[in-house]
Unconditional design. Structure first.
Length: 309
């Protein structure tokens, strides 16, 4: 009679340690991510500020939208005129978020040593690995996703303002029908953010975190000086620029040279160089992830033994 109850109790005893272990790992990590957002409000204030300024400028330019659309009789020209504004808003917001991510990773570990707050954070039950991983997650995941949300909200406001101006001038909203599908563009934008900002830039963020954990002063100089010296030595000794080309490709994104990607790029597809089977078969992606993992491991070790400045 007691066999079923004993079985249930045994299963609960087995499951509790697993749940407890997962909670022990995830709770400090989630808490650390929230702490970074609380302490570094510029992570979302900067993209929001750029979006607000762009909307102010766009609002003024939208007053002349009816005259501009009337002057463009060709649907392709209207499409180009409207889509360029939306692409510009996305580029400005995402570019700002990327620069914010670079600045954040360069200051993340250096700043806590400079203001001696590292003594307090090390007294908490949060490992060095979780602390560094939370900072990397902010730069690689949280900031790009925030920029995506801000970009979509900005473009929806732009579409709403454009519709109001056209209706106020007695014009049909069909003039905006050539605007690219928001669903399609949004999915492409999210895809680009997850791949490029989340994976392709991993060694850049890892290098900046490593420098941030090591430098005693002027981390920006120490982040730029070694690559500059490597390029200079290569140029003087071998008269080549392979390292510079490698850095350029890493910053500008993967360059696909296949016939399919070239044909897609000729038709103006934004995702031409990010076709999944091309992107994930790129050796530079996996080499960069391996190098980034080594940089992160070095940053974790340095944080463990480096004291306040």
């Amino acid at each position: 009679m007691n066999t079923p109850s004993n079985a249930i109790q045994d299963s609960q005893l087995v499951s509790r340690p697993v749940v407890s272990t997962v909670a022990t790992v995830t709770h400090p990590f989630c808490w650390s991510v929230r702490r970074e957002l609380w302490e570094n409000r510029f992570l979302y204030i900067a993209p929001l500020g750029v979006a607000a300024v762009f909307l102010i400028v766009f609002s003024g330019a939208t007053l002349y939208l009816p005259q501009k659309l009337k002057s463009l009789s060709d649907a392709a020209q209207r499409h180009q005129h409207m889509s360029s504004r939306y692409e510009l808003s996305a580029a400005l917001i995402m570019g700002t978020a990327w620069l914010v991510g670079l600045y954040y990773t360069l200051e993340a570990l250096y700043g806590e040593r400079r203001d001696r707050s590292i003594l307090f954070w090390k007294s908490l039950p949060v490992s060095d690995f979780i602390a560094v991983l939370s900072k990397l997650t902010i730069a690689m995941v949280i900031v790009p996703l925030l920029s995506f949300v801000i970009t979509i909200a900005t473009q929806l406001i732009m579409l709403f303002l454009s519709s109001l101006v056209l209706l106020a001038n007695g014009m049909s909203l069909s003039l905006l029908s050539t605007q690219p599908s928001f669903l399609k563009v949004s999915l492409e934008l999210l895809y680009h953010i997850l791949l490029v900002h989340g994976l392709w830039y991993a060694p850049i963020y890892g290098w900046l975190l490593l420098v941030s954990a090591w430098a005693r002063r002027a981390p920006l100089i120490w982040a730029v000086l070694p690559p500059f010296m490597i390029y200079g030595i290569e140029k003087i000794a071998f008269n080549t620029s392979y390292f510079l080309a490698l850095l350029k490709e890493r910053f500008l994104g993967p360059q696909e040279h296949s016939a399919a990607a070239a044909a897609a790029d000729a038709h103006g597809t934004v995702m031409a160089n990010l076709i999944p089977h091309h992107f994930f078969s790129e050796p530079g992606l996996w080499i960069g992830l391996a190098v980034g993992a080594m940089f992160i491991a070095g940053a974790v070790r340095l944080r463990r033994y480096r004291g306040p400045i």
